[in-house]
Write a new protein. Structure first.
Length: 437
């Protein structure tokens, strides 16, 4: 599941660390969970990349936790990482050779052989320099060559000072990588090596390993499902050069399509006009009007086991759009509109019992009340509601703040997070409901 930053608070002086929490005795549930986790990671070949950050020592803790859960971990270090911690530490703990030389003679073509063997690549910590290099395809180290050569998932855990993390150049590189399928887990807010407090600390080893586990455990949980997703706006022509539409960018729907494909579903993405590139591996159909979207959904709905209506479909269209450009000769322009067909209402007539339907509700007031009403009227299994007037939750943003409401009225309110993260949460709920059925 792809993670990306949500912006940080301004750095302040006088960092102060809190005391470590007192360990609690493990419950029976905790022990069961630990066994399940070990089964998830047992035999998985994980390549742990370490770059030149003061946080490099934390990679030792990550290595130990991955190994305690029976993963097979190979460590690859950059030259600068070795200035903070020696390869011998990782070799002694992992019991495996540590790689750092692009021209290592132990393998015929080192970067390709290591890339082919890995089930998952985790780079923790990932410096701003390393992020920049792989974002632009530079392969001047063994680790960067491996990342460029792999076909398996890659997760980066950045660590740097807050002013570096918040720099638009770094954020552009992060965005570039996420768009190409690399996962990025946000650094945390807290005391930094500079003496400041801000967002830039390497995420905790528990959080990083949890993210590895989450991906490996959900990698195939939608296998066999056919997920039909609508995304973006629709537009309705007024004349050959003018139209009415809405502010939807399509980012939420595209994030859902990408996440569902990564979880082994067959994905059909029906999209209104956007500036986005369809995710790799999805079946893509581009439409323009609400009527075209309706036709496409009805065509593919019988094949779908899950329908996610993330598109912002226009509610109205002109009765008689003009065939020539309207000239600015009159002070007013009158045009009659008619309602577009209600796609969700129509598909319910042919819905099978095994099909799940998820809707979206973009609201500006009474968010939960309006969303629950729509959920009931449209006979939805889930509805994802948000207040588009909140900063970071409206159209066109890379983040969202949503509530997931189920058919029993249960509400899960999510904090501000990337749309990739939101997509993962929505799919988690879908899988959960599927399992209960």
């Amino acid at each position: 599941m792809s993670l990306i930053c949500g912006g940080g608070r301004a750095p302040t002086q006088k960092a102060r660390c809190s005391d470590a929490p007192t360990p609690q005795p493990a419950t029976g549930e905790d022990r069961c969970r630990a066994i399940i986790i070990m089964m998830m990671l047992s035999g998985k070949k994980i390549l742990l990349g370490v770059t030149g950050s003061i946080a490099a020592y934390k990679a030792v803790l990550i290595l130990r936790q991955l190994m305690s859960e029976e993963a097979e971990v190979t460590v690859v270090m950059t030259e600068s990482a070795q200035k903070f911690i020696g390869p011998m530490t990782f070799q002694a703990l992992s019991g495996r050779p540590v790689y750092h030389d692009l021209f290592d003679s132990r393998e015929a073509i080192t970067h390709l052989s290591l890339a082919q063997e890995a089930d998952f690549i985790l780079v923790a910590p990932a410096t701003a320099d390393f992020i920049a290099r792989i974002a632009h395809g530079f392969v001047d180290s063994l680790l960067s060559a491996i990342v460029v050569a792999v076909r398996c998932p890659v997760l980066l855990a950045p660590a740097m000072d807050a002013v570096m993390w918040e720099n638009p150049l770094v954020q552009d590189n992060i965005k570039r990588l996420v768009e190409r399928g690399v996962r990025v887990i946000d650094p945390e807010y807290g005391p930094l090596a500079s003496g400041l407090v801000g967002q830039g600390r390497l995420a905790s080893e528990e959080k990083i390993v949890s993210e590895v586990i989450h991906f490996l455990s959900t990698q195939s949980d939608l296998e066999g499902e056919v997920v039909l997703i609508t995304a973006g706006p629709t537009l309705e022509s007024l004349d050959p050069v003018r139209f009415i539409s809405n502010r939807s960018s399509g980012k939420m729907g595209y994030a859902l399509a990408k996440a569902a494909r990564e979880r082994s579903a067959r994905v059909i993405l029906i999209s209104g006009p956007t500036a986005l590139t369809p995710p790799q591996g999805v079946e893509f159909l581009k439409v323009e009007t609400a009527e075209e979207m309706r036709t496409a959904v009805l065509k593919f709905f019988s094949e779908a086991t899950i329908l996610i209506m993330a598109a912002a479909v226009a509610d109205w269209r002109p009765v008689s759009p003009l065939y020539q450009k309207a000239k600015k000769t009159e002070q007013s322009w009158w045009m009659e509109f008619v309602q577009n067909p209600d796609i969700l209402h129509e598909i319910n007539k042919s819905r099978r019992r095994d099909q799940m339907i998820v809707g979206f509700a973009a609201e500006t007031e009474k968010v939960h009340e309006n969303a629950k009403k729509k959920l009931k009227e449209k006979r939805l299994d889930l509805i994802v509601a948000n207040d588009v007037t909140q900063p970071g939750a409206g159209f066109g943003t890379d983040t969202n703040i949503v509530s997931i409401i189920d058919g029993q009225g249960g509400v899960e309110e999510l904090p501000k997070m990337s749309k990739e993260q939101v997509a993962g949460k929505i799919l988690d709920r879908i899988v959960e409901i599927k399992k209960k059925r």
